[in-house]
Ligand binder design. Structure first.
Ligand SMILES: [Zn+2]
Ligand SMILES: [Zn+2]
Length: 266
């Protein structure tokens, strides 16, 4: 199996080195991982900005690790780019300038507010907490193409103070559908992020029904990622992830080299 969403100590909140991540992946008999550290382009004086400080060092460390693990584990050079409306051009430039295998486009901020800092929910009721986030994704993706998959479609839900109900994936349904259609139209994919299983919902990001819609709308590219920030979560619940994907109508996952997908049977 593969884990296509892993954070190392190159992310400010990463708690394992790339080497530790790879050793854990080998011990779990994973075939492949993509290290996808945070790159949220932001104001230079924003101390909360999640950024790789030295991109050249990041790439060269990934290349070194890839050589070290050759024959035992495939290691892909990934990145999780956090999008905002005024950083799209910089984000695109970055993906061209550096030789990435795989780019996750993620939305962590809605008008500069991260749901992680719970104030996001102070001014939004449950429905608006969904629709504002989905609106932001939709607006950003209309103007952005330099990525392979959309990260954790319902990220904000991790931090929501509102009680989770099984039908919540239907909130903002028209917006979700528009996002899925846009991804299909652009030939892009979506990730199944297993960090959602850690939430009280016990569902991945996004809900398996949403993955099923994506498939029905013609979506072909899907990756599985744990969003692990420490070794304990590498490959987290990937067997359940595979079951969800099969339920959604997929019989393969995507892996990427130099931004091009190949499909691996599950
Ligand atoms: Zn993220
Ligand atoms: Zn992440």
């Amino acid at each position: 199996m593969l884990d296509y969403h892993v954070h190392s100590t190159f992310s400010p909140d990463g708690e394992m080195t790339m080497e530790e991540a790879c050793r854990q992946a080998v011990s779990l008999e994973l075939k492949e991982i993509a290290v996808t550290d945070h790159m949220d382009i932001d104001l230079p004086d924003n101390e909360k900005a999640f950024q790789i400080k030295d991109m050249n060092q990041y790439i060269s460390e990934l290349e070194r690790i890839r050589e070290d693990f050759k024959g035992r584990l495939k290691v892909k050079k990934g990145i999780e780019i956090g999008l905002q409306d005024w950083t799209l051009e910089m984000a695109a430039d970055l993906t061209v300038k550096y030789p990435f295998d795989f780019v996750i486009a993620s939305v962590h901020l809605v008008n500069g507010e991260d749901p992680y800092f719970r104030t996001y929910f102070h001014t939004r009721d449950k429905i608006k907490s969904y629709t504002d986030y989905y609106h932001t994704i939709l607006d950003l993706l209309k103007d952005y193409d330099n990525f392979n998959v959309l990260g954790h479609l319902d990220y904000f839900r991790r931090y929501s103070p509102y009680e989770y109900k099984p039908q919540d994936y239907r909130i903002g349904l028209d917006l979700t559908e528009a996002i899925l259609r846009l991804l299909v139209q652009k030939g892009k994919g979506i990730e199944l992020n297993t960090a959602g299983f850690r939430h009280s919902s016990n569902q991945p990001h996004p809900h398996p029904e949403v993955l099923k819609w994506f498939r029905e709308l013609g979506g072909e590219i899907v990756t599985i990622g744990s969003d692990a920030h420490n070794a304990a979560f590498i490959g987290y619940e990937y067997k359940r992830a595979v079951e969800c994907l099969k339920y959604a109508g997929f019989d393969y996952v995507a892996a990427f080299s130099e931004m091009k997908p190949e499909f691996i049977r599950i």
